[in-house]
Design a protein around this ligand. Structure first.
Ligand SMILES: *[C@@H]1O[C@H](CO)[C@@H](O)[C@H](O)[C@H]1NC(C)=O
Ligand SMILES: *[C@@H]1O[C@H](CO)[C@@H](O)[C@H](O)[C@H]1NC(C)=O
Ligand SMILES: *[C@@H]1O[C@H](CO)[C@@H](O)[C@H](O)[C@H]1NC(C)=O
Ligand SMILES: *[C@@H]1O[C@H](CO)[C@@H](O)[C@H](O)[C@H]1NC(C)=O
Ligand SMILES: *[C@@H]1O[C@H](CO)[C@@H](O)[C@H](O)[C@H]1NC(C)=O
Ligand SMILES: *[C@@H]1O[C@H](CO)[C@@H](O)[C@H](O)[C@H]1NC(C)=O
Length: 526
């Protein structure tokens, strides 16, 4: 991933890592009551950008040449801001690497870097005060766009910061180079910046000595947090922003290389919104040949997304979303009277599974499921050694365990397709293309009919499952990854904790299931 995730077996490539109404009450003076706030909304945009790339990112260029290339991308940004302004957009997000591209070395990127003073120390409007600092052409253009569109604007660029050899962290060439997101308010003021913390094999950039916890305020939705691409999988700064700064909206520039079946861009973005009850405005770059596409405006309850491997062009997404996102609410499943849910609760309580207990009578004899237990097997999924069981028949209950994590599946399907699905578990340190500790329960459609095809990258499926998926996770940070046929997204019916297990429940899928997974991150173990 990157943020750039390289496809299975492929060499790691990069760098990586209607009628729109203005929101109500945006300009209202007095603070509104809590109920009114709930009803409020704002209009957000993300632009998936096919960036004009340097033909040879390793070559050394002049600042002039670098600016000529970046101007081509900034011209496209400006058109998008104009289009967005016509739709009443109040905040727009552009992707990581969208202006300068990727695959640079520390030296070859240098001409592409803007100088950037700290917004904490310097109040600066680059459009109105262009001569205050040298090497700030990109910041000036972005600031002018924010003014012209009269909207908050978030973009990603490379920045440089001179340092002295007395600074122990100062690199040998006397400067820091950062992968930086900048935030301009609608009057062009540079309000904040975020320097990427979890770099994804980006030789051109330095990790900031201290983590930026970047939060900016807006008149239409309050506080927004900022992070970039690969950061989404880590405690710092992501969880800290949610937990300690109580941020309910995230702007998220990314350059994400999709990796199925678990980590396509739109999959992790929407899972983030669901898991944390937050809105996330995610802008990816558009380079299908590198597996890079997938942007969205995701709320906990709904996603607006773009994922397109065929179309060579990017896209502007605009959506009106709640200023105060409402999550899945109370996680108390105990009161649920649905028969399959009662069965799930009985299984959780340790009752045996009975094949035909529609009347909830008794089970005949000893543990029926273990006698006919399907075979377990191993297959590699995203470079991790999963333990799996095949999902056979029209209904059933399965359990599979590894290293102290047990995953369970209770399922029913109206028609049995000829496809193979499997329930898999993995618990351990993921070490390829980034190192991070995970606990995963995953129901996936396999690439073919052989066990060895489970974990392959597929996007089409016909299986319409009604299911409960649960596991006894040791972490409370769990991403509910959910993907249906043709790269579409649906929301779980319910999810949450019940009896020390985390569960996800879904029935009446509208398209075939590709992946339903509980992707737990155990940050302390990284
Ligand atoms: C980036 O570099 C890799 C090799 O390191 C190459 O395969 C890939 O095509 C390059 N991508 C771009 C967009 O230049
Ligand atoms: C910008 O660069 C020019 C030419 O190198 C120099 O004369 C000028 O002092 C610089 N301005 C600032 C604000 O650093
Ligand atoms: C510009 O926007 C910033 C941030 O929203 C605000 O603090 C500042 O007062 C505004 N400046 C003007 C001149 O309106
Ligand atoms: C969950 O709901 C049930 C039934 O409505 C209720 O009896 C129980 O007290 C609730 N538990 C919690 C923790 O709220
Ligand atoms: C996966 O794990 C199992 C059980 O620990 C082991 O037998 C098998 O060799 C592993 N497979 C690979 C490819 O490492
Ligand atoms: C999960 O359940 C299995 C089987 O009951 C048990 O062996 C394991 O210790 C449990 N793990 C945790 C973390 O509770």
């Amino acid at each position: 991933m990157v943020c750039v995730m390289s496809g299975a077996g492929r060499q790691l490539v990069l760098v990586l890592c209607g009628c729109w109404v203005m929101a109500l009450g945006v300009h209202a003076g007095p603070r509104l009551g809590a109920e009114q706030l709930q009803a409020e909304s704002y209009v957000a945009a993300v632009f998936e950008h096919r960036s004009v790339l340097s033909p040879d990112p390793l070559a050394l260029t002049s600042r002039q040449q670098a600016l000529e290339l970046m101007t081509q991308n900034l011209d496209i940004y400006e058109q998008q801001v104009t289009a967005a302004a016509r739709k009443g957009v109040q905040i727009i997000v552009f992707p990581e690497d969208g202006i300068h591209g990727f695959n640079f070395t520390r030296t070859s990127i240098y001409p592409f870097l803007d100088f950037m003073p700290s917004p904490q120390l310097v109040r600066w409007n680059p459009c109105l005060e262009p001569h205050r600092f040298n090497d700030t052409e990109v910041l000036q253009r972005l600031s002018c766009m924010a003014i012209r569109g009269s909207m908050f604007l978030v973009a990603n660029l490379g920045t440089k910061q001179p340092c002295h050899s007395s600074d122990p962290g100062c690199p040998h060439d006397g400067r820091y180079q950062f992968n930086t997101n900048v935030v301009f308010s609608s009057n062009g003021t540079l309000v904040d910046r975020y320097r990427k913390h979890n770099l994804y094999f980006e030789a051109a950039f330095d990790t900031p000595l201290q983590v930026d916890h970047t939060v900016f305020d807006t008149p239409f939705a309050g506080k927004f947090g900022v992070f970039t691409c690969f950061d989404i999988l880590f405690f710092e700064p992501t969880i800290r922003l949610l937990r300690d700064y109580e941020v309910k909206h995230i702007v998220y520039p990314t350059a994400w290389m999709n990796q199925l079946p678990l980590l396509a861009g739109i999959q992790i973005q929407s899972a983030f919104a669901v898991a944390f009850g937050a809105n996330i405005l995610a802008a990816n770059i558009h380079h299908p040949s590198l597996g890079m596409t997938g942007s969205g405006i995701h709320t906990p309850l709904k996603s607006f997304w773009y994922h397109n491997m065929e179309n060579p062009e990017g896209r502007l997404l605009v959506a009106q979303i709640a200023s105060n996102p409402v999550g899945f609410g109370a996680d108390n499943a105990t009161g649920d009277t649905d028969p399959s849910h009662r069965k799930f609760l009985k299984l959780l309580a340790g009752d045996p599974y009975c094949e035909k207990d529609a009347q909830e009578v008794h089970c005949d004899g000893a543990a029926p499921w273990s006698e006919h237990a399907p075979p377990t097997f191993h297959a590699e999924m995203m470079y991790d050694n999963f333990t799996l069981v095949p999902v056979w028949g029209q209904e059933g209950y399965l359990q599979v365990c590894a290293s102290g994590l047990c995953c369970h599946l209770l399922y029913q399907r109206p028609t049995q397709s000829s496809e193979l699905y499997a329930l898999g578990v993995f618990h351990g340190l993921h070490t390829v293309h980034g190192t991070y500790y995970i606990q995963v329960c995953a129901l996936v459609k396999c690439g073919g009919l052989g066990f060895d095809t489970c974990g392959q990258e597929i996007t089409e499926a016909a299986g319409l499952f009604d299911f409960h998926l649960w596991g006894n996770f040791s972490t409370s940070y769990i991403f509910p990854l959910f993907l249906t046929s043709g790269m579409t997204l649906e929301r779980p019916d319910r999810l949450g904790w019940e009896n020390e297990h985390y569960f996800l429940r879904k029935s009446r899928l509208t398209s075939g299931l590709v992946t339903a997974a509980l992707y737990g991150r155990w940050y302390e173990r990284d």
